[in-house]
Write a protein that binds this ligand. Structure first.
Ligand code: 13P
Ligand code: SF4
Length: 335
């Protein structure tokens, strides 16, 4: 029997009042719920290993957006952060989109508040706005094209050379794209708390101690880290590189969740999480890690918390998403 629990209750209290029978095998219970409810679980690589293991699809933001656009499931359970679940809702107005913990936000998305960004855009009216998908639906609605780390270069290259561009919200990805494409862009001053934590000094020491190690890094990292990286790419691109490349040891400069798939795909290789500046676990994204297998199970059971979006906002946010998918399709970037 399913109780009626509202988004508001879950937002205020979470699932704290609901006990899960300790004898339940959550893996098989989740499989059953998927079947009975015609639900699909889309998970980002930064989710905890147990969640990745029950997901129907694990991917980077581009792959996840594509899957969300294509699925015929009735319910999309998004094991990721809020802007990712919002992206799925933007593409699927008639489907129920669930997020195991509604508080799973993103420091990068939070670094672009709507009112301030609107002002910035208004001060530069001749600029085309390209926004990284790690932003709110409101910022998407103010943008002309969305990009992800997997297609950003192609998106920038698709824009006529004489067209001035605002790139938001990630200044590190923006700076990397300026270097790669040779395009001048006006950058919004935002960043991801996880990708700014890596210690250059400690990475260099690791490289000295492991002379054959390769550094692979996400473009959200700071320039100093990217400058010494052997390979730079989205999470999917980093994973593919770790499979096909011939090295046996890698320092991985992105959130630690990706190591689970890397280790599964290449069991004989060694993957070392890039060390952070402090002795903390700060290269675990605290937002991504709010989702747990228990919350995933409960959110499927009670079909809440659900992403609810104003229809006008959704339509405005969908336009730049569609443009991104079109350009990616034409560039052969969609699987
Ligand atoms: P990708 O998986 O698209 O590379 O994005 C990384 C990220 O920071 C998501 O929050
Ligand atoms: Fe946001 Fe960074 Fe966490 Fe990704 S890793 S969700 S960009 S805070």
């Amino acid at each position: 029997m399913i109780m009626n629990i509202s988004n508001d209750t879950i937002l205020q209290k979470g699932f704290v009042d609901i006990e899960i029978d300790a004898r339940l095998d959550l893996f098989s219970e989740i499989e059953l719920l998927k079947k009975n409810k015609h639900a699909i679980i889309l998970a980002h690589y930064y989710q905890e290993p147990d969640i990745q293991d029950v997901a129907d699809y694990i991917g980077d933001s581009l792959g996840l957006a594509q899957k969300a656009a294509e699925t015929n499931a009735s319910i999309i359970v998004f094991a990721g952060v809020h802007f990712m679940a919002e992206t799925a809702k933007i593409l699927n107005p008639n489907k129920k989109v669930l997020l195991p913990d509604l508080k799973a936000g993103c420091s990068l998305a939070d670094s672009a508040p709507t009112a301030a960004f609107k002002q910035f855009k208004e001060k530069n009216p001749d600029h085309l706005v390209v926004s990284y998908v790690n932003c709110s639906a409101e910022i998407k609605a103010l943008s002309d094209i969305i990009c992800t780390s997997g297609n950003a270069e192609k998106i920038i290259e698709s824009i006529p050379k004489n067209q001035p561009i605002i790139f938001a919200p990630d200044k590190n990805l923006g700076a990397y794209l300026i270097k790669k494409t040779g395009r001048e862009m006006l950058l919004w001053n935002g960043a991801c708390m996880v990708h700014e934590i890596f210690s250059l000094e400690k990475i260099i020491k690791l490289k000295i101690r492991h002379p054959k190690v390769k550094l692979i890094a996400h473009p959200e990292c700071e320039e100093a880290i990217l400058r010494i990286a052997d390979f730079i790419g989205s999470t999917t691109q980093l994973l593919k590189f770790s499979i096909t490349d011939t090295a046996q040891e890698y320092i991985v400069a992105t959130e630690t969740g990706i190591l689970h798939q890397m280790q599964q795909d290449s069991p004989k290789k060694t993957f070392i999480p890039a060390p952070p500046t402090n002795n903390c676990a700060c290269n675990d994204c605290p937002h991504m890690k709010l989702n747990t297998l228990e919350k995933l199970y409960l959110c499927m059971q009670y079909e809440t918390p659900e992403i609810i979006m104003d229809e006008n906002l959704r339509i405005a946010a969908k336009k730049p998403m569609d443009r991104m998918l079109e350009i990616s399709r034409a560039a052969g970037l969609l699987g």
